[in-house]
Design a protein around this ligand. Structure first.
Ligand code: CIR
Length: 257
């Protein structure tokens, strides 16, 4: 597989009714969210990613957070079984889309639950948050699918935020970054660098030096610039109101050997 592709899913009409768990509900401007989503997708495109749109699903307000529907490792897409029951219908069309891109498919089955947002891949290590959305059974099933492919699956406690990747992601040099007050156990990672803002913990690696990140984390962007990276900043305020971040608005399909 040589191309870099990103699965995305457009904002649906009921976005404002999306789930909130760790934040207070505030009104969401759906029209603004649509414009922000377009800019997010354009930023991926401008960085050389081919965009593959998953058909929308009107009855699911949170469907735009397409990352949660799967975990992709090498040539395998493991279709998630959402921790929030109302999000389970999102998986089917996402599965069809990733299959059309040439991936093999396996599924997390009952009683397992797993959200893609709980899975952080760093090289061959796959960290999986165990918390509100992903349970031990889901982690065990994921391990059974991924370890034969060479992955090591490591469970990480998550209690302060929605998903593991709401707390931590990683820089291209594999340093784990997180906003310390929201990370259960920074010592769980071989390296950890604290960032000054919650949203500064969320980066999408566009390539070896460009990081897609939210406009709400300017000090963290400065920090990354000082480290030699190039932040590409998008405003995703309307998604942040629903506990979304830059990572969750796409599934990145990276080339592998
Ligand atoms: N991977 C992610 O960070 N997904 C965000 C999901 C937000 C959505 N409102 C939810 O609660 O499921």
């Amino acid at each position: 597989m040589t191309k870099r592709r990103a699965l995305v899913r457009a904002v649906g009409p009921r976005l404002a009714e999306g789930l909130v768990t760790h934040v207070e509900r505030v009104p969401v401007d759906v029209e603004l969210a649509r414009r922000q989503w377009t800019e997010y997708v354009e930023a991926l495109g401008a960085a050389g990613w081919d965009i593959v749109e998953v058909p929308g699903i009107e009855e699911c307000p949170d469907a735009v957070f397409v990352e949660d529907t799967m975990v992709v490792y090498r040539d395998l897409a493991v279709i998630a079984r959402a921790g929030a029951e109302e999000r389970r219908p999102e998986a089917k069309a996402a599965e069809e889309a990733v299959e059309q891109q040439g991936y093999r498919v396996e599924r997390i089955e009952e009683p397992g639950t797993l959200d893609g947002g709980d899975v952080l891949k760093i090289g061959n290590t796959v960290y999986v948050g165990r918390g509100g959305r992903t349970n031990q059974d889901g982690i065990d099933q994921l391990r059974a699918y991924l370890e034969p492919l060479g992955a090591t699956v490591v469970a990480i406690p998550v209690s302060k935020v929605l998903h593991l990747k709401s707390a931590v992601t990683a820089l291209p040099d594999r340093t784990v970054i997180g906003y310390a007050p929201l990370v259960d156990d920074p010592a769980a990672f071989p390296t950890f660098r604290a960032v000054p803002e919650e949203a500064g913990a969320h980066v999408v690696l566009l390539d070896d030096d460009r990081l897609l990140m939210a406009a709400s984390a300017p000090k963290s962007a400065e920090l990354f610039r000082a480290l030699g990276y190039r932040p590409v900043v998008v405003d995703i305020s309307e998604f942040e109101k629903l506990e979304g971040c830059v990572t969750c608005l796409s599934v990145r399909l990276r080339p592998y050997q």
